[in-house]
Design a binder for this molecule. Structure first.
Ligand SMILES: [Zn+2]
Length: 266
């Protein structure tokens, strides 16, 4: 095992996660960093409390597309994005899997958040990275990103579920790609094939806990950050690398993307 292992995307505030126990399990498994991704402003606030209490936890601030059915006051995000342990915007994006909330509500919410990122950037405020949720909506997501004028290398497409052709389009704008347990599933060979195309300096691993438990534990609930090494081990094997070597790459990429200032510890 390497000395450093980061779960670049988990939801420690989720009610399925028993936070003290899950953090202990993660540390026992060798994790030294976890990024708790927000789904709305209240969730970002809750994640900030965890991050303040634990120096191996960071958080993000943004509104998930599944929350687009409600009204949101984006001004509530301003104090959070300036929190010293807030390391990215998001997650935000578009989800075409379910009819609800409709795209007509999701898209303006995504656009408004990217406008806010652009405004903050112009003022020298807020983190650099933007965590994107894109599910069955990549054309629209790429369209919104292009219209935002923001640099493509500021985005990570998390929980990759598409095949090689789609990943090539995302890589062509300079974006990063992050893989969950889905890449380990036997019924998702196109996701594994897509992973082969992602260069190491744009590749991250995550659990998206409490969802998507990787093989060989698929079906175990909840998923927890300790499971991230199964995602890393799968990708290492596919790339003909040791787990250590893969971890060194993905942790360096995560530290760079999330600009982890004071960590992780080795
Ligand atoms: Zn997530």
């Amino acid at each position: 095992m390497g000395g450093v292992m980061i779960d670049s995307h988990c939801h420690l505030t989720n009610r399925q996660i028993n936070e003290p126990e899950v953090l202990e399990q993660a540390r026992a498994a060798g994790l030294t960093g976890m990024i708790s991704i927000a789904t709305d402003a209240d969730d970002a606030m809750a994640a900030s409390v965890i991050a303040e209490a634990h120096d191996d936890v960071w958080f993000t601030s943004g509104i998930h597309p599944s929350e687009a059915g409600r009204e949101h006051d984006l001004d509530m995000l301003w104090p959070l994005i300036e929190h010293p342990r807030c390391v990215a915007w998001g997650e935000m994006g578009l989800d075409g899997h379910w009819p609800d909330p409709p795209m007509a509500r999701q898209r303006p919410l995504f656009e408004a958040q990217l406008e806010m990122v652009a405004e903050a950037t112009a003022q020298g405020r807020g983190p650099r990275g933007i965590v994107v949720h894109s599910r069955k909506a990549v054309d629209e997501v790429l369209d919104v990103i292009a219209s935002s004028g923001l640099s493509g290398d500021r985005f990570v497409f998390h929980c990759w579920t598409d095949g090689p052709e789609v990943v090539e389009r995302v890589l062509s704008i300079g974006a990063l790609v992050s893989f969950t347990g889905v890449v380990t599933y036997q019924n998702a060979p196109e996701v594994a094939a897509a992973s082969d195309l992602v260069p190491p300096d744009r590749l991250m691993v995550e659990t998206d806990s409490p969802y998507l438990t990787p093989e060989p534990h698929r079906g175990v609930r909840p998923n927890t950050p300790a499971m991230v090494m199964h995602v890393a081990a799968f990708l290492a094997k596919r790339r003909g690398l040791s787990l250590d070597a893969l971890e060194v790459q993905t942790d360096a990429t995560a530290c760079c993307f999330y600009q982890l200032k004071d960590g992780p510890k080795s």
